[in-house]
Ligand binder design. Sequence first.
Ligand code: TYM
Length: 382
Amino acid sequence: MANRETDNSEVTPWTVEGEVDYDRLVSQFGTRYIDDQILEYFKKLTGEVSFFVRRGFFFSHRDLDWIFKKYERGERFYLYTGRGPSGRVHIGHLLPWYFTKYLQDKFKAQLLFQVTDDEKYLYRDELTLQGVREMTDDNLLDIIAVGFDARRTQILIDTRGIHELYPISIKVAKAITLSTVKAVFGFEDSTNIGMTFFPSVQAAPSFLYSEKLGRPVPCLIPAAIDQDNFWRMTRDVADKLGYYKPAQVHSKFLPALNKEGKMSSSLPETAVYTTDKPKDVERKIKNAFTGGQPTVEEQRKKGGNPQICPVFWYEQYFFEKDDRRLEEIRQSCLTGRLLCGEHKISLVTKVKDFLEDFQRKREQARTKVNEFLYDPDRQVVL
Ligand code: TYM
């Protein structure tokens, strides 16, 4: 597999296992760290740096400086992100979407949101097309509940809107050989042919608004770094097809509650879903791995290690927005003033409060779906 990065970890669009070495991914995928220059650029253009970036959750990029420079000169970009509806949405999925919403608000950017129901049907043997359709309808509520601006957002579901993407997909497909997708994605002779074509479908939205407007339009893709294989391939063909290479901003993974790999729907007890009930949240977080000591006495004496603790990461990457308060929590962990059990109880409260609000918005989303669905006749102003 092309991205096998150490003996015990793997990062591809379909598998994230083991302890992820982000430094290694940056060098292997050829991306760049978000450095001081990019932080300054964010400050200059938006007046601040989002906590997602400040705290290193979004940590890597390609061409952010290029896209910012264009923006400064009056050339607007659009955002492109997505979801493969194979199951329920968990909090990990939400984080790149919240950052996308943040960017949409700050840059008044258009957003194209792709739902790759075709990908999940093709990839997962056990899924039927009808099952994926039901998941798609369910996942749309999560996407809308994030709060994207309906006037600036279009959600394109592949099996329902493929005619919009298809002309671009075949141009991309014609420029890519089977041996390239085998090398990039690890496809084998036993892989179904739908999967070998699919990367050109995920590439297409990077170019859709360029096609619509009849000129190259800059596109920025916020996503976790597991999707990067698609972007390397897409960037490789962009020039040849007369488009700009899409830019990326990459996040880390919100880990599973047991710490290994990423929060994943295949391990339901270690993932918090948007539709979980308060008692599920409580049970899952109480069973979480922590960076604490085995006994209360040792914890009081030696302190815990927030650096390796999912409970702390959840605070850092999403649930505690106040920097001062986060630092207090970190210090209390380190000095043993805060016990892991106590910390879990406080995180449970924050997650429950968040979900109560999110689930309300999710219900309200039922009446808004049509406002968000891709409309080929809608004029996109860029
Ligand atoms: P999917 O549905 O696997 O994931 C949706 C988004 O969530 C990110 N993600 C995570 N982020 C943080 N922590 C985690 N534990 C975690 N798990 C998943 C993914 O990187 C993604 O951003 N093929 C795609 C759908 C897609 C897409 C796109 C995604 C189509 N076009 C453009 C991003 C950008 C997929 O199956 O995503």
